[in-house]
Ligand binder design. Structure first.
Ligand code: HEC
Length: 271
């Protein structure tokens, strides 16, 4: 897969690593958050909702059917509130699936698309028109806007996924010996101008889980949670995170459960 940052940037991220920001620097932070707010009010990601909607209702794929028969957990075609409970365990696949893995299951089983081809195109190149999966994921999530994240760990496989995600979030690994929690476990850390979200803080993790898929300003496309995790794996110099892998779904299960109660407002706007 194509990388979007140059090697120089990589070096800077590594070398500058993470320095706590002194409290007196909050002025700059305020300016940034005002800028972000202004961008969010005019979020180009909104355009992807319409594209996703069209793709959802269109008869597509070798079997020429729409996605209306896809069950995202609340019954075929019932989208309202569905993504608020994802990832969840699905009886038909006997697996815990996140939004994107469920979507791909339906595109393969209902519409007859080729799984490998879908996965290959799922994360679109920066500056492109975006992928079908990205547009569909946003449309489906947007149907839960205003609703609260509400994951349940009642199924044993959900509990396993959650436990695995919790472990992965805290485990140091790879050549840099980084764990997610080192960048995302304390207040007031930043890399360059990017504030690092403290995901052990309830309010901050809620802001995260309620704003994906998000329009990514630097890439001019809508990005999904699968992409975000892929990118953090890359930042950690871990082996490439496989799209829809159990590892990715375990982390999303952990993060989404931590964010329960957050009111969904997709698309978010990220730098
Ligand atoms: C080297 C530091 C670093 C590590 C380690 C790291 N991340 Fe990140 N993470 C970042 C940066 C930088 C951003 C993007 C900030 C920005 O663009 O404003 C980010 C963003 C995120 C976001 C999106 C936050 C938002 O604004 O919605 C999620 C989710 C996330 N990381 C999850 C993880 C997970 C899970 C791990 C462990 C597998 C991890 N990160 C490891 C640096 C890191």
């Amino acid at each position: 897969m194509k990388r979007w940052y140059g090697v120089a940037t990589v070096t800077i991220i590594c070398a500058s690593a993470i320095y706590p920001v002194a409290a007196q620097n909050n002025k700059a932070g305020d300016g940034l958050s005002i800028g972000r707010q202004m961008l969010a009010e005019d979020n180009p990601g909104e355009l992807w909702i319409d594209r996703g909607k069209k793709l959802y209702y269109e008869r597509r794929g070798p079997k020429s059917v729409s996605l209306e028969q896809c069950d995202f957990g609340l019954g075929a075609g019932k989208l309202e509130g569905a993504s608020a409970q994802l990832p969840r365990h699905f009886a038909d696949t006997d697996n815990v699936q996140d939004l994107e893995s469920r979507l791909v299951t339906c595109m393969v089983q209902l519409q007859g698309f080729n799984r490998e081809a879908l996965i290959k195109r799922a994360i679109s190149p920066a500056g492109s028109e975006g992928s079908d999966v990205e547009a569909l994921a946003l449309f489906i999530t947007s149907r839960s806007n205003g609703m609260k994240m509400n994951l349940a760990l009642d199924h044993p496989k959900m509990r396993e996924m959650y436990k695995a995600g919790e472990y992965l979030f805290h485990r140091r690994a790879g050549q840099t010996d980084f764990a997610c929690v080192q960048c995302h476990g304390e207040a007031n850390k930043r890399i360059r101008l990017q504030d690092l979200v403290n995901m052990t803080d309830k309010k901050q993790i809620q802001e995260v889980v309620s704003t994906w898929p998000a329009y990514r300003g630097a890439h001019f496309v809508v990005r999904t949670m699968q992409w975000r995790l892929y990118d953090c794996f890359w930042q950690m110099r871990l082996p490439e995170l496989k799209y829809l892998s159990d590892t990715s779904i375990a982390l999303t299960t952990y993060l989404h459960y931590q964010g329960n109660g957050a009111v969904i407002k997709a698309p978010g706007f990220k730098r």
